[in-house]
Design a protein around this ligand. Structure first.
Ligand SMILES: CC(C)(COP(=O)(O)OP(=O)(O)OC[C@H]1O[C@@H](n2cnc3c(N)ncnc32)[C@H](O)[C@@H]1OP(=O)(O)O)[C@@H](O)C(=O)NCCC(=O)NCCS
Length: 217
């Protein structure tokens, strides 16, 4: 897949908008979702002003989670990376984030459409360590799939660390197939059924976006 040039990200987000550790505000926007352990999150699309939330979430990831997400050691997110990860156009680049009740970012899933194959997109998902194993990764990827279907994306690919047991389990749960292996990596592919075949899509239409959604296993 051809990866876009991060340094060419749109410059509208000022460098100083990155303020890790700024006071979080209670989450009031987004769809309320109750996870399987009873904890509550709000889920919404990422915005260009979310760089501080992203930086804060990254700071709370364990070194292992960072390595699994970025396929190598990663200690910081640069201002250019924060700009890029929050400059979503909701068509070729979508990101959906989860906020805890105190307004902190606890998980994010994104796709980036393949420049050479517009029906395919590469995905990445990250859940802050304290929030893993509650079903949030599944929830975010299900919602991301619904968004992708509506903009003509028919399959997701994910390049992962070959040792990433969590993502292997998540991939299995979502019906992914192992598409290939590289040195230390595994690539998964998820075929996306058309929107009208998605139960989640029907339920979210029926319930309305502001109703709490209780998540099943
Ligand atoms: C991979 C990751 C996103 C999973 O998120 P999560 O919210 O913990 O996942 P869920 O709770 O939705 O679990 C979904 C399935 O994944 C599998 N799974 C999750 N964590 C697992 C673990 N530690 N070991 C084995 N399987 C695991 C299980 O099959 C689980 O289904 P089940 O709970 O019904 O058995 C999360 O562990 C993470 O952010 N890891 C660090 C970053 C990363 O690896 N990103 C992937 C790069 S693409």
């Amino acid at each position: 897949m051809t990866q876009p040039d991060i340094s060419a990200a749109p410059p509208w987000l000022p460098e100083r908008s990155y303020q890790p550790g700024g006071p979080p505000r209670p989450a009031t926007e987004g769809t309320p979702v109750v996870l399987r352990d009873g904890s509550a999150v709000r889920i919404r699309q990422v915005r260009s002003t979310d760089a501080p939330l992203l930086a804060d979430g990254f700071a709370r990831l364990s070194p292992r989670s960072r390595r699994m997400r970025f396929l190598g050691a990663k200690t910081t997110l640069s201002a250019a990376e924060l700009r890029y990860y929050t400059a979503v156009d909701h068509h070729d680049h979508e990101a959906i984030g989860a906020l805890s009740p105190d307004g902190r970012g606890v998980g994010i899933a994104r796709y980036i459409r393949d420049a050479d194959d517009p029906q395919a997109a590469e995905i990445a998902v990250t859940i802050v360590d304290d929030w893993q194993h509650r079903g949030l990764g599944t929830e975010l990827l299900t919602r991301l799939s619904d968004r992708a279907r509506h903009v003509g994306i028919h399959r997701f690919t994910a390049l992962t660390d070959a040792e990433n047991a969590a993502v292997a389990g998540l991939a299995r749960k979502l019906g992914a197939r192992l598409a290939g292996r590289g040195p230390g990596t595994a690539e998964y592919e998820i075929a996306l059924a058309p929107a009208e075949y998605s139960l989640h899509w029907w339920f979210s239409r029926k319930d309305g976006l502001d109703q709490p959604v209780r998540q099943g296993r």
